[in-house]
Design a binder for this molecule. Structure first.
Ligand code: GAL
Ligand code: CA
Length: 351
């Protein structure tokens, strides 16, 4: 009798473990194939194109025999409505996780509802939703960087330059006449960068005189156009150009080149991002410095997170803040260390 009971127990256990195995296989099969849907605000953005290229490379390195990773990328072309439609289309096409670079960072609700209804996690990146929106559902994440840090670093770089080179104050009035080229209104990296850069300069004891602020939407051509207007207004009075990103700093430099300004009447230019073209401008001594926006680190965090939210593997290797956010650090790029950054960014590209 006892023996029979034992046999039944063994049989039951065996069946239970078979069921367990079947479940494990099923979830294994489901996590074998991860299809990632990406949509970003505008395909003409230099920094984001670099970031997404890094993301694609990162996914290649995470692929394994039993882990297939594919991605589909959509350009929202500056329209939130288009992006909402793209999210729907990506979910319908079977994406298991979404990476969303919002057009309007204050309008994620429709996208969040779509994702939650279909149980598809979202990794927002670069354009940070407000905290309340991220709290709407536990499968919402953010990967980016702290805007204040980039502004402070840009201000420190500019202060170092001004303190070490008294020819920057060209009219010798003890003040630095400056203009700012700003990114999109309402973007966390526009106003916060400007405020922090200017405050840092002031706190370093530098006297500033603001000549003008212009919005150029992160865009090189727009910045060139704004800068041509500023130069026609202020001639050679401008001593410092603070741009919220490298592309706008480069646009400002383009304007001076087009107007045939000579070196002795040029302001100093500072950007943020450390894009390939930005780094080259530092090598060429066109731009004094930049602040590296770690696209390789962000791409790696996004790729690992995309895998982790589906398979559960690697979640505890990720460095979360505020529960579901990952922030990569900025760092300062100057003529002295620019080669290291060219190498860092190039190594990503060569992989
Ligand atoms: C910023 C970056 C800009 C632009 C913007 C787009 O972080 O510095 O160059 O890419 O994001 O949201
Ligand atoms: Ca001056």
């Amino acid at each position: 009798m006892k023996a029979k009971k034992g046999a039944i127990l063994a049989l039951t256990l065996c069946m239970a473990s078979q069921i367990l195995c079947a479940c494990a296989n099923q979830s294994g099969a489901a996590s074998d194939k991860i299809h990632i849907g990406v949509t970003y605000y505008n395909q003409s953005d230099t920094f984001l194109n670099g970031l997404l290229e890094g993301f694609r490379q990162e996914l290649e390195t995470l692929k394994k025999d039993d882990l297939e990773l594919t991605m589909t990328v959509r350009d929202a072309a500056g329209s939130q409505r288009t992006q909402n439609d793209q999210v729907k289309e990506l979910i319908d096409a079977g994406c298991s996780v979404l990476c969303v670079n919002l057009v309007d960072r204050a309008e994620p609700s429709e996208i969040i509802d779509l994702a939650r209804d279909n149980d598809v996690p979202i990794i927002f990146f670069n354009r940070e939703p407000v905290a309340e929106d991220l709290m709407q559902w536990e499968k919402l994440y953010y990967v980016g960087a702290y805007a204040e840090q980039s502004g402070i670093m840009q201000g420190e770089l500019a202060a170092e330059a001004i303190q070490s080179d008294d020819t920057i104050d060209r009219n010798k009035d003890g003040k630095i006449q400056y203009v700012v080229l700003e990114g999109e209104a309402g973007h966390q990296d526009a106003i916060i960068r400007t405020e922090n850069a200017v405050d840092t300069l002031k706190n370093s004891g530098i006297e500033l005189e603001k000549l003008s602020y212009q919005i150029a939407n992160w865009n090189r051509a727009q910045a060139q156009n704004r800068m041509e207007q500023l130069v026609s207004q202020y001639h050679d009075e401008i001593e410092l150009v603070l741009a919220n990103n490298d592309d706008m700093a480069l646009g400002a430099i383009d304007a001076y080149k087009k107007l045939n300004y000579t070196e002795s009447t040029l302001p100093v230019f500072f950007g943020i991002d450390g894009t390939d073209v930005g780094l080259q401008a530092i090598v060429d001594d066109d731009m004094w410095g930049s602040v590296y926006n770690d696209k390789e680190g962000q791409a790696e965090a996004m790729a690992k997170l995309a895998v982790a939210v589906i398979t559960g593997d690697g979640m505890n290797e990720l460095d979360f803040e505020k529960e579901r956010c990952i922030y990569l650090s900025y760092s300062k790029v100057t003529r002295e260390n620019v080669e290291d950054y060219i190498k860092y960014s190039g190594e990503g590209a060569a992989e």
